[in-house]
Ligand binder design. Structure first.
Ligand SMILES: Nc1nc2c(c(=O)[nH]1)N[C@H]1C(S)=C(S)[C@@H](COP(=O)(O)OP(=O)(O)OC[C@H]3O[C@@H](n4cnc5c(N)ncnc54)[C@H](O)[C@@H]3O)O[C@H]1N2
Ligand code: MOO
Length: 482
């Protein structure tokens, strides 16, 4: 089929098609040290309670609350990790450390700050003054108050982060069933594309940016990556590279370049011969020639039934590859790895500058989201936008709320005036990879004529976490009174 003959579909359609051909991979068993970032394939229950015994919250004295304040003999001690404790009878107390079991008979703990050591009594008996009467249960964590025996502490399908590793260790879950992460091969194509180490460049050559970038993106997504090098623009060499990827037994092949309309754009014809192309053109900017195919393959040696390989033919322009990876490949990798909600997360943000709209394709504008007051350089454009939008009463160009008028007083008001701002990364041409530098979101810019004004509220798809976003000059105010 000629490349132009592929029906142009929307990006949501493309995403649905990809996910409908993607299945979560099976499960493997990993140890605690290998579980970070994986998705659990089983629920995890607590085999015992935490604390397993009534535990002291303070260093102090275990007392009988009904005894109230007064002078008492210290009849024993309970230290964390030791169980050799005497019962505490009314009229006596025991020394206790934080986390230690409360001895039988005691029903409260009085912190050491509310006591006073007294001279030893007859026979060297230790004595203490309890200065403040305790309430029953004071400074004691009852059995199971953090985790009750039998509680489900993590669900199947949950991703394991740092806290979850600690939770797993707490409940003694040291061997876990987790979803397998996909194996992903990355292949660049193009006679002009040479290794990044090449210097000086020969006539017509460019360094291969896509392979290193896509390998990094797949690795960041948790995939096991395989570098397939660069394919020349010949049907024979490309076919050999595809065969090599199949031999490696990868779940996914990502290619870049050679999917558009030129007479050396050979990826689509190759995939037509070897598998099924599900789409070959998508109404999006950048990334129009994005191609997706599946290959049905015989089982690998020693394997069971046949297997499937997903092939993503990303456009060669580096930014197109970058954007297409995040929009369609990443959700597929996530679904294979067990994510229940594999799509990019969407937030709302205000445009810091005007954006010229594209009348033919919706655009994924790279931006850096940052929290704070209007970023430097945006204010004059914003003022004009607010006035214009108010005049036009256009919901797309709705004015920012009154909180934008930065109040000069009151920490609470100042905090309330902060917002999530979308700062453009500049010229968005799909060859300019610097337009993806420091980008943590893709703005969803509608296909229309004209300009989307600064101050407009837009949806943004997160492609990085926001923990590293730029800090505005002067920082962000904190909770009043904090
Ligand atoms: N007649 C038409 N021409 C083009 C159309 C169209 O609809 N009609 N679409 C344009 C769009 S949109 C895109 S995007 C590009 C994509 O083309 P290809 O996927 O075939 O990519 P190439 O032609 O191989 O390369 C495009 C560009 O990117 C550079 N490149 C390629 N690989 C790498 C790499 N690994 N690292 C860095 N840079 C790379 C390559 O040198 C080209 O400059 O097609 C338009 N054309
Ligand atoms: O869609 Mo292409 O990806 O503009 O550059």
């Amino acid at each position: 089929m000629a490349a132009a003959a592929y029906k142009m579909i929307s990006i949501p359609e493309a995403q649905d098609i990809v996910l409908s051909h993607t299945r979560p991979l099976g499960a493997v068993t990993v140890g605690l040290a290998g579980v970070l970032g994986r998705v659990l394939a089983e629920e995890v229950r607590a085999p015992d309670s935490l604390p397993p015994f009534p535990a002291s919250i303070k260093d102090g004295y275990a007392v009988v609350a009904a005894d109230g304040a007064g002078e008492f003999p210290v009849v024993g001690e309970s230290r964390a990790g030791h169980l050799d404790q005497l019962p505490v009878a009314p009229g006596s107390v025991a020394y206790i450390t934080t986390g230690a079991p409360v001895p039988p008979g005691a029903d409260a703990v009085v912190q050491v700050e509310d006591t006073e050591k007294l001279p030893d009594g007859e026979g060297g008996q230790r004595r203490v003054r309890i200065c403040k009467a305790a309430k029953a249960g004071q400074d004691i964590r009852p059995v199971g108050s953090d985790i009750m025996e039998g509680d489900t502490v993590l669900q199947a399908g949950e991703r394991v982060g740092v806290a979850e590793v600690g939770i797993l260790a707490t409940v003694g879950a040291v061997s876990l069933r987790v979803h397998t992460t996909p194996r992903v091969a990355v292949l660049s194509t193009g006679d002009e594309v040479v290794d990044p180490a090449t210097s000086p460049l020969g006539p017509g050559q460019i360094r291969d940016a896509n392979r290193a970038m896509l390998l990094a993106a797949a690795a960041k997504a948790g995939a096991e990556v395989v570098d397939m090098g660069v394919a020349r623009d010949t049907a024979g060499h490309l076919e050999g590279c595809l065969a090599a990827a199949i031999d490696k037994g990868v779940d996914v092949l990502i290619t870049s370049g050679g999917v558009s309309m030129g007479d050396r754009d050979l990826i689509k014809p190759l995939l037509e011969r070897q598998g099924t192309i599900h789409f070959g053109r998508v109404r999006m900017k950048p990334g129009k020639p994005l191609t997706f195919a599946t290959l049905e393959l015989p089982p690998q040696q020693g394997g069971g039934g046949g297997r499937q390989m997903l092939v993503f033919g990303l456009p060669g322009n580096p930014v197109s590859s970058f954007v297409c990876f995040h929009l369609v490949v990443l959700p597929a990798l996530r679904k294979m790895g067990g994510w229940a909600e594999p799509g990019l997360r969407r937030v709302a943000a205000r445009l810091a500058v005007d954006i010229r709209l594209d009348p033919e394709r919706p655009e994924y504008h790279r931006c850096t989201l940052q929290w704070g007051p209007p970023p430097p350089g945006s204010a004059p454009a914003l003022k004009a936008a607010v006035a214009e939008a108010a005049a036009a009463q256009d919901p797309l160009h709705a004015p920012p709320p009154p909180s934008h008028a930065m109040p000069g007083h009151g920490a609470g008001e100042l905090l309330a005036s902060q917002e999530l701002w979308a700062v453009s990364t500049g010229n968005q041409i799909s060859s300019r990879l610097l337009s993806a530098r420091s980008a943590n979101a893709l703005l969803e810019i509608p296909c229309a004529a004209g300009v989307l004004k600064a101050g407009s509220l837009v949806s943004a798809l997160l492609i990085d976490d926001l923990g590293g976003m730029p800090v505005p000059a002067g920082g962000v105010p904190v909770t009043p009174g904090f």
